[in-house]
Write a protein that binds this ligand. Sequence first.
Ligand code: PGA
Length: 249
Amino acid sequence: MRTKMVAGNWKMNKNLQEGVALATELKEAVKNPSCAVVIGTPFIHLASVAELLKGSPIKVAAENCADKEKGAYTGEVSAEMVRSTGAEYCILGHSERRAYYHEDAAILKEKVLLALANGLKVIFCIGEVKEEREAGKQNEVVKEQLEGSVFNLTAEQWANITLAYEPVWAIGTGLTATPQQAQEMHAYIRSLVAKQYGEQVADDTTILYGGSCNEKNAAELFANPDVDGGLIGGASLVAEKFMAIINAR
Ligand code: PGA
């Protein structure tokens, strides 16, 4: 049975006090969710938020981790450090990391391996930019992203991977993929997973949609058979909006 999930990605928003306040509101509101709920917070929030959410169904994710195990990498945060905060997930491959911090397939491959080796579950993001969609290359792009960074994993490792399809042209733009575009791509991604790991594993793989998913369009997106939930940016910063999305799942 595949897990349905709504995950938040706070990105670089909220100072520590604001982040703790939002997590406190969510803890109060999310008692018995009908899907898995994860919030991705900045590194410095992780320990406080994970402690606060002990005993809550809400799990905590980092938004990144280093591509090196440990040592002289000033300013970096390792997967082991993330895990030691109580966080259970790590978002990797987000398009903002790829575009602004030049994270390529090889770097992401290392990050995924380190996250898994340290007991983290990975939410791995893939998706095409506008020009690629306009050129009809979206399938090619996501296939390469999967092959380049996660299709090296064993089936056992794969059990700790959640995929997030995030068309870059939809992120933070207010432009959402239509439910049909989302379904088509999610079904395609699932077919690639099936080729690599078999039908059963593909059927069990959670594939989230991300990109201007909000309290208004979530239900329609989640109604598609291959859309298992959402990775939510902007709308995850407001407790009522995030709650409405969880309730739509
Ligand atoms: P958005 O971001 O919901 O603000 O578009 C989604 C994401 O980047 O994960």
